[in-house]
Design a protein around this ligand. Structure first.
Ligand SMILES: [Zn+2]
Length: 242
């Protein structure tokens, strides 16, 4: 019998602590975001070295005898090691991690968010989908699961499919037709189409989309702005991708 509870967790952040320890920020399926120490993992031959690495997914055994949890064992599920081999995928994975760090409540469990985190890492690590496309989809789903139901293909107010002038107003529900909008800014047809395609494609099918070029970057800027407008959090790593 292991001493402690078993949590399925992903390492969002890993900070050096003391001489050889680390303080981990984990996102768990069972308890949402939690902090936990992991002892001695900066020593050369540490058995649990892998469990203190960013992006690591595993079954963590956490003992709670003291004020803070301590990782006493871990069974690796996936290290998502390849995320560290490509700069743009690495920055995208850091952006996803930062979103969970700063835009989720500590100790508040939402298994749907855990699944979203897993899907985003899997797509970034293993599929051929464009990094920007995966991040766009991630922001759309993260906002929806956080209670911001934005419309990306029909007018958020009257429900018609907008034509002619299309407006984006993500503070007030999303895409709008010209007669309903009272603020926001005009969208090009290309960016409107990007939003629709990404919104209507499952995570696992994103690699079938080919939305390259400046319009895709512009779509990502727009969705990051939507995230900032609604959640009020500035992320750091994403500036490398915009
Ligand atoms: Zn309308």
């Amino acid at each position: 019998m292991q001493d402690g509870i078993i949590l399925n967790a992903i390492v969002l952040k890993s900070t050096d602590f003391g001489e050889a320890d680390k303080l981990l920020q984990l996102y768990t399926a069972e308890e949402g975001r939690i902090g936990a120490f992991i002892r001695g993992v900066r020593k050369d031959k540490a058995k649990l070295k892998f469990a203190g690495q960013p992006f690591c997914l595993g079954e963590y055994i956490i003992s709670r005898r003291g004020a803070n949890g301590v990782v006493t064992n871990c069974t690796l599920t996936d290290s998502f090691f390849d995320l560290t081999m490509d700069m743009s995928r690495y920055y995208a994975a850091c952006t996803v991690s930062e979103t969970f760090l700063y835009c989720t409540e500590e100790g508040f469990s939402d298994p749907r968010l855990f699944v979203l985190l897993l899907k985003a890492f899997k797509e970034l690590c293993y599929s051929g989908a464009d990094t920007e496309t995966v991040l766009c989809k991630f922001f759309m789903d993260f906002l929806r699961l956080s209670g911001y139901k934005l419309s990306f293909d029909r007018c958020a107010v009257c429900g018609v499919e907008p034509y002619g002038k299309i407006i984006a107003d993500f503070r007030h529900g999303g895409v709008m037709c010209a007669s309903c909008a009272s603020g926001g800014h005009a969208l090009s047809v290309q960016i409107y189409n990007n939003l629709r395609f990404i919104n209507n494609t499952d995570f696992e099918q994103l690699s079938t989309l080919r939305l390259t070029g400046e319009s895709l970057k512009e779509t990502l800027r727009l969705l990051y702005a939507a995230q900032k407008d609604n959640l009020g959090v500035n992320l750091k790593t994403i500036t490398n991708l915009l």
